[in-house]
Design a protein around this ligand. Structure first.
Ligand SMILES: NC(=O)c1ccc[n+]([C@@H]2O[C@H](COP(=O)([O-])OP(=O)(O)OC[C@H]3O[C@@H](n4cnc5c(N)ncnc54)[C@H](OP(=O)(O)O)[C@@H]3O)[C@@H](O)[C@H]2O)c1
Length: 387
């Protein structure tokens, strides 16, 4: 059997490392042909040696120089454009989009424009530029296979189903580590507390987004764009056990749920080997040990990021890109200890209120909205406090 040739963008991160773990477990089916990251040269160099990869990209020039010195036989691409060139340079069959943030947009878009299938974890491109990304795939015939566990769940529930029969999608949320805190307690949350997610081990940005529920809001965009849904068809349900990864309700009242252990390697494997289901050694859920599965409505009063996602999504135009940019810079400021936890959604909301919207028809338009939002947030946060 021909092995699937894979380029991993964001190989040094949480999803990237788990992608390589899956590849390690299925060497007869998966071949890693390219790796890319930002500045994590030592990790990327070790990965390139282990998998015999001869084409790599590092966005940071110093990290690229280090890779050139230590991998003398490798082609080392550099800068943001290096990531975009990478997939094309190696003739990969599948690009894994696992960069964190909007920084992953250009490379994912380039792959799709050239007809290369993308296994996508990186959700921010679908938030800020969902129409551009999905139209590029539509034009070239490339497939976007979701790796995010909830979105993979819906992808799996819809296999063999007529999408016109979808009544709604029930997107499950763990509720995050602060599901039980009141508004005053949420305002006191520190970066250290927010970085310890109860269920998933993830990169810092998505961990904070999970705690504010911005991440759940971003998944709403993934569902909208990947499955052609209306925002009104997407309902978020808090499900603390994270066993049901999401569900579809059909016109006839039937619901199909996808379940499993909360382990990202399962949807990653599904995405890399799609459409095959292949046996593995990953943990399974024993339902009798779990006992109960519970469901609650989310509290958008305490977690306004979720409300903002629906509002920005329904308003469309440049609002989603502004939401994404404002959130991304507010999360960074929170991680640096410069703003409080509840300032993250507050700044995103102020940015949306102040923004004069415009149409998004190109990646340059997305960049313009993103830059505007980041400048707005920087202006609001001066001298260590939010104005
Ligand atoms: N982790 C999860 O369980 C999970 C689940 C579902 C979806 N996702 C989504 O998957 C994406 C990645 O999440 P993660 O948790 O894996 O993040 P992460 O651990 O922070 O890793 C991010 C990766 O992106 C690279 N990167 C960051 N900025 C870059 C840039 N400007 N140019 C090139 N590479 C850059 C990093 O390289 P360096 O190491 O060199 O900085 C690293 O390899 C996010 O969009 C997230 O929302 C994650």
């Amino acid at each position: 059997m021909k092995r699937r040739r894979i380029a991993v963008l964001g190989s040094t991160g949480s999803i990237g490392a788990q992608t390589l773990e899956v590849a390690r477990a299925h060497p007869e089916r998966l071949e890693i042909v390219a790796l890319a990251a930002n500045r994590g040269a030592p990790t990327l160099i070790a990965q390139a040696r282990e998998f015999g990869v001869h084409t790599v990209a590092l966005a940071d020039p110093d990290a690229a120089a280090q890779a050139r010195a230590e991998l003398p036989d490798a082609q080392v691409l550099e800068g943001a454009s290096g990531l975009s060139e990478l997939a094309l340079a190696t003739g990969a069959d599948l690009v894994v989009g696992a960069v964190s943030g909007i920084a992953g947009l250009a490379s994912v878009l380039t792959a799709l424009q050239h007809g290369i299938d993308v296994a996508l974890a990186n959700k921010e491109p679908l938030v800020a530029a969902g129409e551009i990304v999905t139209q590029a795939a539509g034009r070239s015939g490339a497939t976007i296979i979701p790796l995010d566990s909830e979105i993979s769940a819906i992808f799996q529930c819809l296999r063999g189903e007529d999408r016109r029969t979808i009544e709604k999608v029930l997107l499950t949320a763990s509720g995050g580590p602060f599901a039980r805190l009141n508004k005053q307690e949420l305002a006191q949350v520190t970066p250290e507390q927010a970085l310890s997610h109860p269920t998933w081990k993830m990169g810092p940005k998505v961990t904070i987004d999970s705690a504010t529920l911005a991440n759940k809001g971003f998944e709403v965009f993934e569902l909208k764009w990947l499955f052609g849904l209306r925002f009104e068809q997407i309902e978020v349900v808090v499900h603390h056990q994270s066993i049901i990864h999401s569900m579809v309700q059909f016109h006839d009242g039937s619901m199909i749920a996808q379940m499993g252990a909360p382990d990202m390697r399962v949807p990653i494997q599904y995405g890399l080997l799609y459409p095959e289901r292949v046996a593995n050694d990953l943990p399974c859920v024993v339902l009798a040990e779990i006992g109960q599965l519970t469901f609650e409505r989310p509290d958008v009063g305490r977690f306004p990021s979720l409300r903002l996602a629906f509002e920005a999504g329904k308003s469309g135009r440049s609002y989603p890109a502004v939401l994404n940019g404002a959130n991304e810079s507010a999360v960074q400021l929170f991680l640096e200890g410069r703003i409080g936890f509840t300032d993250i959604p507050a700044l995103a909301e102020r940015a949306l209120e102040a923004h004069e919207p415009f149409d998004i028809s190109s990646i340059d338009d997305v960049a313009q909205a993103d830059t505007w939002a980041r400048r707005f947030v920087a202006h609001e946060v001066r001298d260590g406090s939010v104005r």
